[in-house]
Structure formats: structure tokens, C-alpha cells
Design a protein around this ligand. Sequence first.
Ligand code: C2E
Ligand code: CA
Ligand code: CA
Length: 237
Amino acid sequence: FQPIIDLDARRMAGAEALIRWEHPQRGLIPPDIFVPLAEETGAIINIGLWMVEAVCQQLANWKKQGADRYISINVSARQIPDGLPPITLIETVNRYGVDPANLAIEITESVFMGDSDAAKIWLDAVHELGFRIYLDDFGTGYSSLSYIKRFPVDVLKVDKSFVRDMSEDNSDRALVGAIINMARSLELTVVAEGVETQRQLDLLEAAGCGCVQGYYFSRPVPAEAIEGASRRIELLL
Ligand code: C2E
Ligand code: CA
Ligand code: CA
């Protein structure tokens, strides 16, 4: 889990679930290596279903501790619409006694590229059930305003490539500023990802960015290390 920090509330508001494969011989394998393969073979369907269970378990633990936090999960185009039925999502959160508003679904624009009517029906259903929709890697693809209008998107995640170059590159700074302003006028929240330095954080705060995520605050950590990360974040804020 990698903490997501709300800059206005000055706290860790949630976390993104980032999958790892603990291989008996090769050690920890990052998702860039096996997720594309899992998409190809279809194994991503069962991995995705497992992910929802694991995340609901964590959300139920937080609820028990009285911690109000959300978790976002990454969902591949391959899982939509039939690999992760809306009914399965709602049944799972209900089984764990978790509020759907605390589970966010991160998708990329690739979801809109295939059968966009089927994707829209899926997204509308999921949104209607109370789950929130995050548009990931924003700025790298078409970043089409018509998508944001047509599909139920709640949050834009600014891709880390823009954040990385913000400190040196004025055009990237302008671009991030424009995305933040556009999001604000559409009443969308912005999460900037890949924040590694104080300088990047300062620039993002000055631009009015609502939430950030990145190594500056915390790397992705196993569940048992989250409370420690949350306390370190409070000291940094
Ligand atoms: P993503 O969704 O864009 O996730 C953000 C990636 O940026 C993560 O890499 C995270 O560890 C990394 N990151 C976070 N903060 C920083 C930073 O400050 N600097 C830099 N350089 N990197 C940072 P990770 O965990 O290796 O995940 C890679 C990709 O794998 C994810 O990109 C996502 O597309 C995919 N992925 C991860 N988990 C899942 C999953 O459960 N299902 C599916 N379908 N895809 C997943
Ligand atoms: Ca993501
Ligand atoms: Ca991303």
C-alpha cells in the first residue's frame, strides 16, 4: 500500500494497493513484469478478484480501528466489463461490512478505447453503487475532455512523468497547473503521483493540488507498516 496524502486535511487520506508477486526463488517481482502477462493469459481476472478481497480485508481492519481511510485498486481494461462484475464488487464490500465509498477504482484511458459502450455501462453501474472512479496516468494519453464528460470520473491522477520534470521544465509546470485548474472547475479532485522532493511538493501546493502520493512521503509498504508510515507522514506535513 502506498499512502495518498490529502494536503488540505494534512493527513494520509488513503492508499493505493500496488500488487507484488513474492516468488519463491526470484524474490519480489514488480507488477510491470507480470501484470502484462497476466492480462495476456487472463490470469488478471482471478488476480483482480483476489485483490478486491485483500483490500476489503484491510478496509475492514481500518474500520475496526476507527481509521477513516480509503484504498484504490488498479483495474485493467481486460477486467472490464465481465472480469469484475459490479455485483461482485458490491457483494464483496457488503460481506466485509465496508462502505463502497472507501473503495476506489483506478482505470486508465485504455478502458475507453475498446468497446466504450460496454465500458460506460460498467463504469456507470460501479459509480452508481457508490464506488469512486480514478483516472490514472492522466496527461500521458489523449487526456480527452470528452471522456471526462462522458464517463463518471471523480478523481484525476496526474502522471508521475509530469511531476518528475516540474522543477526543471516550465512547460511541465504549466501543464500540471492547467490540469489542476481544469479539474477544479469540473469539481474533480487531483492526485499528483511520483512526488519525490520537497520542491515538487511546494510547486504542487502552490498550484492548488489537493492530494499527493510518492516516495517523498512513503514508498509502497506492506500492510503492517502502514501505521508507521502514517505517523512519519504527519511529521513531514
Ligand atoms: P501505477 O498505477 O501508475 O502505479 C504507480 C507506480 O509508481 C507504482 O509502481 C509505484 O510504486 C510507483 N511510484 C510511486 N511513487 C513513486 C515515486 O515517487 N517515484 C517513482 N519513480 N515511482 C513511484 P509499481 O508498484 O511498480 O506499479 C506499476 C504499475 O503496475 C502500476 O502503475 C499499475 O499500472 C500496475 N499495477 C499495480 N498493481 C496492480 C494491480 O493490482 N492490478 C493491475 N491491473 N495493475 C496493477
Ligand atoms: Ca494506479
Ligand atoms: Ca499512475
